[in-house]
Design a protein around this ligand. Structure first.
Ligand SMILES: [Zn+2]
Length: 318
C-alpha cells in the first residue's frame, strides 16, 4: 500500500499533469470504485464539464479539486493514475477514465479493485467519511510538538500500533513507523505513556524528518509503487530499519532484527531501541560485539556466520 510520501508524490505529479484540464466525459467500468454518489452515471454527470484546479492530500487520500466539486480518491493497495492520449490503448484493469477536452485522458487503474472515489461539495468532504475522523497531518504546520504530545501523551497503548492508527496521526504506515522509531531510538513496544518528554520530542522530530526526506526522494518503491509519471521512488536506498533484517544498524553496527507486533513485521536494533520489560522480541538474538563502523560489523558477522556453520534463521529478510 502506498504510504503518505508516495501519496504526496502522486498528488504533486497529478497536480502538474491535470490542473487546468476540463472533463468532457467520464467512463466508469467498475461501479464499485465509486462510493459516493452510489450511481456511477450520476458520478459521471456531476463531473462532466468541470475543470481540475488542484490536487491536494489529506492523510493517504487524494483530494482532486474541481470548480464546484471535490473528488476524494484512495488508491488502497494498487490504485494508479496515469495521463494518456485518447489514442493510447486502454490497459487491463482500467476502471475509470476522465476524458479531457484536449484529447488526453486521466485513467485510473486498479488491479486489486480496492480503491475508492467519493464526490463532495467543496468543504463538505471534511464533515463525513472517509476524511472526517482523520488524525494529525504530520507534514502540515499544525503538527506541533504540543499537538503530538496531546494526541499520544497519556495513552497506555504500545507506540507502534498507536502511530499506525489513522485517527491519531495520518499517513504513517508500517515502513515509516519502523523508520521513525529507529531514528528516535524508541522500541516499538514501549507504551506511549512510558515515553519521557525528550523521547517524545525526538519521536516528533523523527516523524517529520523521515516523512519529509521520503517525500523529497519521491516515496519508497518497496512494493510496486510508481508515481503518476511512472517514475520509481528512491527512498528504499536510505532505509534505516525496515526490510534490513540481518543487516547492520547504521548507527551502531548491531544487527537489525525482525519480529511481529500486532500482526505487522517490525524491524528494530535492540541496542539503539532498548526493549521494555516483557518485550516479545526473542531474547536469544544474535548479538555482535559493538561495532565502531558498519563495515567492521558486517565483516564480523560474515566471519561469525562462516565459522559457526549454521546460521540462525532470523537473518532472512521478509
Ligand atoms: Zn543500532
Amino acid at each position: 500500500m502506498p504510504e503518505l510520501p508516495e501519496v504526496e508524490t502522486v498528488c504533486r505529479t497529478l497536480n502538474s499533469l491535470i490542473a487546468g484540464k476540463t472533463i468532457k466525459q467520464v467512463t466508469v467500468s467498475l461501479p464499485r470504485i465509486i462510493q459516493k454518489p452510489d450511481d456511477p452515471q450520476l458520478f459521471a454527470a456531476l463531473l462532466e464539464g468541470r475543470t481540475f484546479q488542484s490536487v491536494e492530500r489529506r492523510g493517504k487520500f487524494i483530494r482532486l479539486l474541481l470548480d464546484g466539486i471535490v473528488l476524494v480518491s484512495h488508491l488502497r493497495m494498487e490504485g494508479r493514475y496515469g495521463l494518456y492520449r485518447e489514442e493510447d490503448p486502454v490497459e487491463n484493469h482500467t476502471h475509470v477514465i476522465f476524458h479531457f477536452t484536449d484529447g488526453t485522458a486521466l485513467r485510473y487503474k486498479d488491479v486489486r479493485q480496492f480503491g475508492t472515489m467519493h464526490l463532495f461539495e467543496p468543504g463538505m468532504e471534511f464533515q463525513s467519511a472517509p476524511l472526517k475522523k482523520l488524525g494529525l497531518e504530520p507534514l502540515s504546520d499544525t503538527f506541533t510538538f504540543a499537538a503530538f504530545d496531546e494526541a499520544i501523551g497519556r495513552r497506555s497503548t504500545k507506540i507502534k500500533p498507536l502511530l499506525l492508527n489513522q485517527e491519531v496521526i495520518v499517513g504513517l504506515g508500517n515502513i515509516y513507523v519502523d523508520e521513525a522509531l529507529h531514528e528516535a531510538g524508541i522500541h516499538p513496544e514501549r507504551t506511549a505513556d512510558s515515553l519521557s518528554r525528550s523521547e517524545k520530542k525526538r519521536l516528533h522530530e523523527s516523524i517529520v524528518s523521515t516523512l519529509g526526506s521520503a517525500v523529497e526522494a519521491g516515496g519508497s518503491s518497496i512494493k510496486s509503487y510508481v508515481n503518476g509519471q511512472g517514475e520509481m521512488g528512491m527512498f528504499q536506498h536510505k532505509l534505516r530499519a525496515y526490510g534490513r533484517t540481518g543487516e547492520a544498524c547504521r548507527e551502531c553496527g548491531n544487527e537489525i532484527v525482525k519480529f511481529v507486533l500486532g500482526g505487522r513485521g517490525t524491524h528494530v536494533c535492540l541496542r539503539c531501541q532498548k526493549p521494555p520489560k516483557g518485550s516479545s522480541v526473542a531474547p536469544a538474538m544474535k548479538r555482535h560485539s559493538a561495532g565502531k563502523s558498519e563495515s567492521n560489523a558486517v565483516k564480523r558477522r560474515l566471519d561469525g556466520a562462516v565459522s559457526r556453520g549454521s546460521k540462525p534463521k532470523e537473518g532472512k529478510a521478509e
